[in-house]
Design a protein around this ligand. Structure first.
Ligand code: HMG
Length: 392
């Protein structure tokens, strides 16, 4: 039996700001963001889009070509932008998508890493019950303080993947390399809406954990750097992945890559994230969708290496093989339309949206009606979030 990703759908919010506009407003050379961070734009969510609506839009797409939707027996929702301390965000999504009641739903958290835990748990469930399909959804809204160094690395997005014994896109290989360490590089206490971060430490640890997780992966799997054809990295900003790839190539492949060579090797996995920004736990798998959608070569049979990093910190390196005929199962046009259909906003609108907040005392509230995807957070009533399907 093979187990892997049967389908993938991605989604991002309705608004977008060009980082050149942000740079001008902050008195920074735009080249620092465009070249230094490798980011061009970041998606901005209005108040009526949250991780539930972003995730539901991605999942709607991921389920479109999946036969036997009733076989979805588990929904795992990975996020660090939880909307409730108790109830899983996935339950709202399960309802919005009209999934069957004979289904378990749970939420997972470990910074940007939890989507990978979700994928591995999903694969284990399918191994136990091969007729079972698992819907893995990862969605986040990255938020740092206005005017901070982290601000240009915001963004938001969602990815949904159906994991099953009929993978049409990627067969997951069984070996993983792992690394965990108690570290304060990035965190968000319950009382805060913006993350706290030691940016330089986080960037150093991202690379150091990559080396440790890869070492563990190669010793467990026997797979060497030279045996990997394509690479997907967690993407806080694209330059981070380029540097990480150059380090991996040097340390484990004995190859010294010039920056442009590193970009050429991982280039298409970066395309979407460069214009979405950091979507935390969704970012690695938006990178996978980007690679499959945008690479013009037939990638069938090629091995992909995945590096997942979540601050705090957990890292995992694992791999998969791209399936024959994967191109038929992609949603490339939908993804491109969602990205191209975003509305460009200026600095004032960005700061206004940034400051808009839901009430924290449970009082009745109707969210402003921004045009969004198929699902909207319409308001709060008696401390309860109210969602609705709105159609495109
Ligand atoms: P900073 O300190 O303002 O930036 O913030 P910098 O001074 O380090 O400059 C960035 C790069 O731009 C440098 O390149 C500069 O040289 C270059 P490098 O030397 O590193 O190669 N630069 C220019 N290039 C061209 N023209 C110019 C120019 N000026 C400068 N004129 C930092 C950068 C990433 C620290 C900040 O944005 C930040 O704190 N971001 C948030 C944290 C983050 O993204 N960390 C990444 C690793 S941790 C991770 O991925 C986990 C995470 O996703 C969270 C989770 O797990 O949930 C964040």
């Amino acid at each position: 039996m093979i187990i892997g990703i049967e389908s993938i759908g991605i989604y991002t919010a309705r608004y977008v700001i060009d980082l050149g506009v942000l740079a001008d407003a902050r008195g920074v050379d735009p080249a620092k963001y465009y070249v230094g961070l490798g980011q061009e734009m970041m998606s901005i969510a209005p108040l009526n889009e949250d991780v539930v609506t972003l995730g539901a839009n991605a999942a709607r797409l991921a389920l479109e070509k999946v036969a036997a939707r009733e076989a979805i027996g588990t929904v795992i929702f990975a996020t660090e932008t939880g909307v409730d301390q108790s109830k899983a965000a996935g339950i709202y999504l399960h309802n919005l998508l009209g999934l069957g009641c004979n289904c378990r739903v749970v939420e997972l958290k470990q910074a940007c890493y939890s989507s990978t835990a979700a994928l591995q748990f999903a694969a284990a469930l399918v191994a136990r019950q091969p007729e079972h399909k698992v819907l893995v959804v990862a969605a986040d809204i990255a938020r740092y303080g206005l005017g901070t160094a982290g601000e240009p690395t915001q963004g938001c997005g969602a990815v949904a993947m159906v994991v099953s014994s009929e993978p049409k896109l990627v067969e997951l290989e069984p070996h993983s390399g792992m690394y965990t360490e108690d570290l304060m590089d990035f965190w968000r206490p319950n009382y805060r809406e913006e993350a706290l971060v030691d940016g330089k430490l986080s960037a150093r640890m991202y690379i150091s954990v990559l080396e440790k997780a890869f070492e563990d992966y190669r010793s467990r799997s026997g797979v060497e750097f030279k045996d990997i054809d394509e690479f997907c990295y967690h993407l806080p900003f694209t330059r981070m992945a380029e540097k990480a790839h150059a380090r991996l190539a040097r340390k484990f492949g004995g190859v010294v890559l010039r920056p442009e060579e590193a970009v050429a090797q991982i280039g298409h996995s970066l395309d979407y994230n460069r214009i979405i920004g950091n979507s935390y736990t969704a970012a690695l798998y938006i990178g996978l969708a980007s690679l499959l959608d945008n690479n013009e070569d037939d990638l069938a049979g090629r091995r992909i290496g995945f590096y997942s990093y979540g601050s705090g910190c957990v890292g995992e390196y694992f791999s998969g093989r791209i399936m024959e005929g994967y191109g038929e199962w992609l949603h490339t046009e939908h993804h491109r339309e969602a990205l191209a259909g975003r509305v460009n906003i200026g600095i004032e609108e960005y700061e206004r949206l940034y400051r808009e907040k839901l009430p924290t005392d449970g009082s009745e509230f109707i969210t402003p009606k921004h045009r969004v995807g198929c699902y909207s957070l319409v308001g709060i009533c008696d401390h309860k979030r109210i969602y609705e399907s709105v159609g495109e």
